[in-house]
Design a binder for this molecule. Structure first.
Ligand code: P70
Length: 458
């Protein structure tokens, strides 16, 4: 196989900080062992998130200069709306400053106590918005999606039988809509197949429940469909994306991912009545209909980003880079979630640190050591992010304990990737020394963002 080369060259560079282990020990302690509290000037390779961390192209930067900053009716808005409509086919496009703002508007309208919102897997802010409104957010992931060591093509899929059972149990009248996250972030950036989107839609149709895609990473999902699902090899990414959206009644999108930009999002709805209500909320909370909390130049960057993200050479490098990192780790025996997904490599903390029980946050302990070893910042997706307690106060763990190393788009080179692999391998070699962690302070919702921790025994 030929070396996969970046289908771009670098025009602007940004220095990255190099620190010593001793410094990092202090920084991490000062940050209460929470990567969200680390200053980025103390982070060498930042894999906290692929959200809003994209390197923009020269055409996007040029677009910023060309932005039409009119409050109403901006030319930049119509450019944005055109491309979003072209890809998604949805009737009403409601711009928001990021994904969770779209979720907040949607769930303010449809969620309240007694309501259930199913998904394949909800991501943290989606779950947070649903629960904050008093409704129940229920995941219906296929079983194979919860087994990190098993290789399968579409581990992000909805378990449609679980979904049907849930609808019958809760009653379709209590389910105003169903979400489907593409790719499935919580399950490891794993794709959802076209067949699964169709099957999900067909169950929902029986009960008259609309399907809303959480479409942050729709292009990465489309790429996996092209590579793995029979019948799609000769279709373009755009055609596949269009088909994905054609089965849905709307979408929420954080365009900070597959919009290839640093901010932005939208709520898209075919239902005019719901869209009317959403537009009122948009004006109250975000901004006017033709900017929704973004500067108009952001809309220019997004309009161009949506063109570039559909280019196959870009996606080949993107998915290839993640696979390259995953393969290096597998060769060294480091346990990861397999196969690698669309935007990140996930360390499997259950196998990495089996001596640490879920309620002592094995993933967080692994990510702290990874930072200490290398200055690489990652994020926990496990008991810290999604752990709950039962009525008696016993900890309830999610199915997997993962450490996500999300790769920003077009930002890091192959040498950076090699450095990350070496850091993970060194961390794995130190694994017997890893210690469990305890919570010192936590918030009621989305606690992982602001949590304070320490090691057990300190
Ligand atoms: C991430 C960020 C955001 C997101 C998402 C899905 C499938 C909606 C949203 C909300 C959040 C994050 C997590 C850990 C560290 C930093 C940031 N995901 N749906 O990295 O979108 O952020 O624009 O409000 O993945 O996965 P937004």
């Amino acid at each position: 196989m030929k070396t996969l080369i970046e289908p771009f060259k670098i025009k602007t560079v940004e220095e990255i900080p190099i620190t010593t282990r001793e410094q990092r020990e202090k920084y991490l302690k000062d940050a209460f062992y929470n990567p969200f509290f680390l200053r980025s000037e103390h982070v060498t390779i930042d894999l906290l998130t692929d959200s809003g961390t994209t390197a923009m192209s020269s055409k996007q930067w040029a677009g910023l200069m060309d932005g039409d900053e009119a409050y109403a009716g901006s030319r930049s808005y119509y450019k944005f709306e055109n491309i979003v409509k072209e890809i998604t086919g949805f009737k009403n496009i409601i711009p928001t400053h990021q994904g969770r703002a779209a979720e907040k508007i949607l769930f303010t309208l449809v969620a309240k106590p007694g309501i259930t919102i199913p998904s394949n897997s909800h991501f943290d802010t989606t779950r947070g918005n649903i629960e904050y409104a008093g409704a129940d957010a229920v995941d219906n992931l296929v079983d194979v999606g919860m087994q990190p060591e098993i290789e399968a093509d579409f581990k992000g899929n909805m378990d449609v039988e679980k979904l049907r059972k849930l609808i019958l149990e809760r009653g379709p009248q209590n389910i105003p809509l169903c979400m489907l996250t593409v790719t499935n972030n919580t399950a490891g950036g794993q794709p959802v197949s076209m067949q699964n989107i169709r099957d999900t839609k067909s169950v929902l149709k029986e009960f008259g429940i609309p399907l809303i895609l959480d479409a942050c990473r729709f292009a990465e999902n489309a790429y996996f469909i092209k590579k793995r699902e029979p019948g799609y090899q000769n279709k373009t990414i755009k055609e596949i994306a269009q088909e994905m959206f054609s089965y849905a009644d709307g979408a929420t999108m954080s365009a900070k991912k597959d919009g290839l930009s640093n901010t932005g999002g939208f709520l898209a709805l075919n239902n005019d009545e719901l869209a009317e209500q959403a537009k009122v909320l948009l004006i109250i909370t975000e901004g006017f209909l033709t900017y929704g909390g973004m500067t108009r130049r952001d809309l220019e960057a997004l309009a161009q980003g949506f063109v570039e993200v559909l280019e196959e050479s870009y996606l080949e490098l993107r998915i290839g880079q993640i696979q390259y990192l995953g393969n290096k780790l597998l060769e060294a025996g480091v346990p990861i979630l397999q196969p690698t997904g669309g935007h990140a490599v996930y360390l499997d903390a259950k196998r990495f640190a089996p001596h640490i029980p879920p309620h002592q946050f094995p993933g967080q302990s692994v990510l702290c050591e990874l930072y200490l070893v290398s200055g690489v910042r990652s994020v926990e997706i496990g008991s810290l992010m999604f752990g709950k307690e039962d009525a008696a106060g016993n900890p309830l763990a999610p199915p997997m304990e993962l450490v996500r190393m999300a790769i920003p788009r077009r930002v890091y080179t192959q040498a950076h990737t090699d450095y990350v692999a070496e850091a993970c391998i060194e961390t794995y070699q130190n694994r017997s020394k890893l210690r469990g962690m305890k919570i010192v302070h936590e918030a009621k919702y989305l606690r992982h963002f602001t949590i304070k921790l320490d090691y057990v025994g300190n």
